[in-house]
Design a binder for this molecule. Structure first.
Ligand code: FES
Length: 563
């Protein structure tokens, strides 16, 4: 295949003319012929004023470009859409597949010999990995890096675990306006991604484990010089990959690599979103992500990383403690250490050259885990025949075995309208059910699964209840929350048939989630069920007609697998 500027020429039916035009435009932009003969490294920048987590993306792109030039390559910075959690109505997940298509198609359209992708905020790393795997261009991921922890009146604060804790206290009346406002300006003290083990930190750690980053790149703080040096080194490495033509994503994406990712997901008590994203990323490589394997790993691998929300510390502490390679070393009996990275080395090679220092308080030894027991468990049963997820490490232990009557919210708007109604017929024993909030139903599977505790109970000190939905929850959230119930209500899954007062049994130990209603009654309800109306046009039409269920990653069915 042609390389550099000669690759992927616009098809006029005359390739020499296409190259003549392309060179001409770039000469017009000030490039010399000598520069244009170099290997080309694309730098995918997701800088956007609407993405404050990526506030350092332009600076990172400059350092990557410096590395590319130092190694004799020619850098080209280009954009794709950029997704931030707080600027994505109705939900960022609706846009993840669009960003992955943008990434894939730009990598297939542009004359890049290799690409360095700058991502970080929750959906961006999954979207970029999905796109890069489908395009199969040599690719390096440079996460923007986590924020530093906030400091407020003697306490360290982390977005957004403490955002949620403070807001819950405010709703319950234990925190007043003034205290909330003082803490507000300390919650996000720098640019970068949320600095707890939320979805961004989870996905950066998984990208490093899948071999897509330089070692240490998941955890170095966004505002550190180390982050900038990693960017420069990534640019240099990309030139070597551009010259060699690899390694390509298809050389890294094996079943063993995804099993390794599941091990790290459990050991970090990572975000439940990581499960959906791993399923989508694996799907692009033609690999079915194995939920049962994830569950089995959880029974063997305890939570070792002491970061909020399961633990106490922050991403900068994980980095100082040794970072992801130090975790690999600790997990070596559970990982396939022969899995390869974009450096051309194995996980074993990386751990051998990595500093031997490890902070046992942050990266715990097996005999002193952060949480006794399983982090992420996969439930099945009459309410979720194709699976549901519970993050046991963030749940209230006394609620993980629970039986109670259902209180059903038919949609996210219904939840918003009624949850704080003083007349809501709810007790602490109720199981709050939210439906029509899945991939098709919402659409886009928003992070509404951690339903707020009804004000009338919160104000009496109730902090947690069993909550079940077909939606997702933020990786920074906590509670006894069952998520991703599949099939979802909007495609006729059993969640659609639940009525107020039905008894639901959550048996986390037995990995069961059941609706105690007899089959004949359920069949009668099913005969009355009607699917919701679909959007008539545009991307949302494409989305609801093509999106898969959570166990398949909520990707588009036509994007899975290889060309
Ligand atoms: Fe961007 Fe949390 S909102 S990482």
């Amino acid at each position: 295949m042609a390389k550099g500027l000669r690759s992927r020429l616009s098809q006029y039916g005359d390739e020499a003319f296409a190259l003549f035009l392309r060179r001409g435009f770039l000469k017009g932009a000030g490039y010399t012929d000598e520069a244009l003969d170099r290997p080309i490294v694309g730098i995918l920048s997701t800088a956007s004023d609407f993405n404050p987590c990526h506030g350092n993306a332009t600076q990172l792109a400059e350092h990557i470009a410096k590395g590319v030039r130092l190694a004799g390559g020619l850098p080209f910075v280009f954009p794709t859409i950029s997704i931030h959690e707080s600027f994505s109505f109705p939900t960022s997940m609706l846009l993840r597949n669009l960003m992955s298509m943008d990434t894939e198609e730009m990598l297939k359209a542009l004359p890049v010999d290799a690409v360095v992708m700058i991502g970080g905020c929750d959906k961006t790393i999954p979207a970029q990995l999905m796109g890069a795997i489908s395009a199969d261009v040599p690719s390096i991921m440079v996460p923007v890096g986590p924020m530093l922890a906030g400091r407020h009146e003697g306490t360290r604060l982390g977005a957004c675990t403490d955002c949620r804790r403070l807001w819950a206290g405010y709703r319950a009346g234990s925190i007043d306006d003034e205290s909330l406002e003082r803490a507000h300006s300390k919650l996000m003290p720098t640019t970068g991604t949320c600095m707890v083990m939320g979805t961004a930190s989870t996905m950066a750690s998984l990208a490093e484990t899948l071999g897509f980053t330089l070692p240490g790149a998941a955890t170095a703080p966004a505002v550190s010089s180390e982050r900038m040096r990693l960017a420069e080194a990534s640019g240099e490495r990309a030139v070597a990959m551009a010259k060699a033509g690899g390694p390509k994503p298809s050389e890294l994406m094996t079943k063993a690599a995804f099993r390794n990712a599941s091990v790290v997901l459990q050991a970090t008590s990572g975000s439940t979103n990581g499960i959906v994203h791993l399923a989508a990323i694996a799907g692009r490589a033609g690999i079915r992500y194995d939920l049962d394997e994830l569950d089995a790993i959880g029974r063997e691998v305890p939570v070792l990383i002491n970061l909020k929300p399961a633990g106490e510390h922050f991403a900068e502490d994980f980095h100082a403690a040794g970072g992801v390679p130090a975790l690999w070393r600790r997990l070596r009996d559970h990982l396939d250490m022969s899995a390869r990275t974009i450096m051309g080395e194995t996980l074993e090679d990386v751990t051998k050259r990595w500093s031997n220092y490890v902070d046992d308080e942050i990266i715990r030894p097996f005999d002193r885990p952060v949480v006794e027991g399983v982090a992420l468990a996969v439930l099945r049963g009459s309410l979720a025949p194709d699976g549901a997820i519970i993050k046991l490490s963030a749940a209230t232990p006394s609620l993980t075995q629970h039986e109670g009557p259902a209180l059903v919210f038919d949609s996210v708007p219904d939840l918003v309208a009624r949850i704080d109604d003083p007349d809501l017929p709810v007790t602490p024993d109720h199981v709050l059910v939210l439906r029509n909030a899945g991939p098709v139903g919402a659409p886009g599977m928003p992070e509404s699964g951690a339903l707020p505790i009804p004000k009338k109970l919160g104000s009496k000190g109730v902090k947690d209840m069993v909550r079940i939905s077909d939606s997702r929850m933020s990786g920074t959230a906590f509670g006894t929350v069952v998520l991703h119930a599949a099939p979802e209500a909007a495609v006729g899954g059993p969640l659609a048939l639940v009525r107020d007062g039905d008894i639901i049994t959550l048996d986390s130990a037995g990995r069961r989630l059941d609706l105690k209603v007899d089959a004949a009654e359920l069949a009668r309800r099913k005969s009355e069920w009607k699917p919701p109306a679909k959007p008539k046009r545009g991307y949302r039409r494409l989305y609801v007609t093509s999106v898969t269920q959570a166990p398949d990653g909520a990707d588009f069915d036509f994007l899975a697998g290889k060309d």
